[in-house]
Design a protein around this ligand. Structure first.
Ligand code: BYC
Ligand code: FE
Ligand code: FE
Length: 473
């Protein structure tokens, strides 16, 4: 079904055919807009932004570009086309037809998954709301706003499911998605990373590389869901997600490129001299990476989780690309897990179903490594010996078995006191943050870049890099 843009809420779910649902969502719409005005991008409401909007869910329609003011963006409900004759691909219901309604016994865990997913979307917009004021270029400013409007749409995607399939509870949850706020001491967002402040662009690029990538893995596992409307909506969200991770990967590559230019010109990788030239030194880059990677690892939940086991068993949440596996039930399969034990480790065999969070996390780590390989090729070519690395998954964890002990980035355990003493070597210190903040100067001349970042290799949608991607009012 094509997207109907003549409706107040653009959609491809025949919203007009269900008056009660349409009214309920039209009632929620002004609340969303109020939230956007209050907690979306600070200022810039009058700016014309070169944005991508979906006009169809197929390859031809999902990326249509034009100039839009953000408050006029057409947030809507877009589901990937239904696959005919889709069957459940994993768990106890393997091979049964997928569900178009929520089975009563799974209502509450399914709602919890949808609410948790939905909560992250507006959280990220809240986290990023001040960044427009210190964007390193108009190109980057546009990318930030593109991500922000799409995360707003991802909230719509989950709110649609809550309204359409969860009755009164769903409507209440939809209200609460606008009432919790990132970093709010009384009503914080659900997951840890989404309460961390993002007030500089190095953090934004780390977040879009590492945290949006958690989004990719979670969405991919929800795209396998037996609940077909959830599978279809997350499938379409994944097409938008690719750009968010692109911004992270290329943003970080551009930071490194600029740093390497400075290091080459000076013939030295001395952090103080790199900083003196207005670029981000590699140790600081590595500490930001350590922070956002370890925080994002927590988003997968505990290594051993009965929630994860029942989500898999009941067909609510599968594994990314479930078709790659041969055993889709995982009834007897086990998983070897290294646990901390008296300063060392011991291996425990746990049921595969209970280890699903760890299965996802491991796939995620492998995906994260690809970017590091590319960045390290830049470092290699520059002739310097330094490399960037992913810290051990045991480092700086707040969730799961490794949260009980302190480890250094190599994974070696140390005392809490020792960790405290050395943590500024491994995580951004107050002075790192002050330095990075000091670099964040706004650049608004088309084609110009802040001194700490190299220009992108190409513009958006084949436009020039010096195209005026945002026309400031
Ligand atoms: N922080 O059995 P456990 C995205 C809680 S990102 C705080 O270990 P479970 C995006 C957990 O909620 C993708 N709390 O874990 C990216 C539970 O609490 P309750 C977001 C945490 O349930 C960038 C308790 O600990 N999508 O889209 O197996 C920009 C014990 O739970 C954390 C999803 O996450 C944490 N890090 O798995 C914009 C998918 N981790 O219920 C957007 C939906 C765990 O006992 N969510 N807890 O009070 C899920 O699949 C699961 O809820 C989780 C946790 C994987 C998050
Ligand atoms: Fe999202
Ligand atoms: Fe995203």
């Amino acid at each position: 079904m094509s997207i109907d843009y003549n409706q107040r809420i653009p959609n491809n779910v025949d919203l007009a055919g269900d008056r009660a649902l349409q009214r309920a969502l039209e009632h929620w719409q002004p609340r969303f807009l109020d939230w956007w005005k209050e907690l979306g991008p600070s200022d810039f409401a009058a700016a014309d932004v070169y944005l991508r909007t979906a006009v169809g869910v197929d390859a031809a329609g999902w990326a249509s570009y034009g100039r839009v003011r953000m408050p006029d963006y057409r947030w809507g409900i877009f589901l990937a086309d239904a696959a005919s004759d889709r069957h459940i691909g994993f768990g106890d219901h393997l091979g049964e037809p997928v569900w178009q309604q929520v089975p009563g016994e799974y209502r509450s865990p399914l709602r919890r998954l949808i609410v948790t997913q939905g909560d992250t979307e507006p959280a990220s917009v809240e986290q990023q709301r001040m960044l427009g004021h210190c964007a390193p270029s108009l190109y980057d400013l546009r990318n930030l706003f593109q991500i922000n409007v799409e995360e707003g749409r991802h909230l719509w995607a989950m709110v649609y499911l809550l309204h359409a399939y969860f009755g009164r509870d769903g409507r209440e949850e939809a209200e609460e998605l606008l009432e919790r706020h990132s970093g709010d001491p009384d009503k914080p967002r659900i997951l840890g990373t989404f309460n961390e402040p993002i007030t500089d662009w190095l953090s934004l690029f780390m977040f879009t590389y590492f945290t949006d990538r958690d989004g990719k893995y979670q969405l991919k596992s929800l795209a396998e869901s037996a609940f077909d409307p959830l599978a279809r909506t997350t499938q379409f969200m994944l097409t938008e997600e690719a750009h968010h991770m692109f911004v992270g990967e290329t943003g970080l590559a551009r930071v490194l490129k600029r740093t390497l230019e400075v290091m080459t010109a000076q013939g030295s990788d001395d952090p103080a001299r790199v900083r003196g030239a207005g670029a981000i030194d590699l140790p600081t880059f590595q500490r930001y990476l350590n922070f956002w990677f370890s925080s994002s690892l927590d988003l997968f939940g505990s290594e051993v989780s009965s929630n994860a086991a029942s989500s898999f068993a009941s067909g609510l949440k599968g594994r990314p690309d479930e078709a790659q596996y041969t055993d889709h039930r995982c009834v007897d399969a086990s998983y070897e897990l290294a646990m901390p034990d008296a300063g060392g480790t011991r291996v425990e065999h746990v049921l595969m179903r209970n280890a699903m969070n760890e299965v996802l996390r491991t796939a995620y780590v492998r995906d994260c490594e690809l970017g590091l390989k590319r960045w390290n090729r830049l470092l290699e070519r520059s002739g310097f010996d330094v490399r960037v690395t992913l810290p051990s998954a045991r480092f700086n964890r707040a969730i799961g078995v490794w949260s009980a002990v302190r480890c250094d980035p190599s994974g070696a355990q140390l005392s809490a006191k020792e960790f405290e003493r050395r943590k500024d070597e491994w995580l951004p210190s107050a002075s790192d943050r002050a330095f990075v903040h000091g670099l964040m100067q706004r650049v608004v001349v088309p084609g110009r870049m802040a001194a700490w970042i190299a220009p992108p290799e190409r513009g958006i949608n084949n436009l020039a890099i010096d195209y005026e991607y945002v026309h400031l009012a």
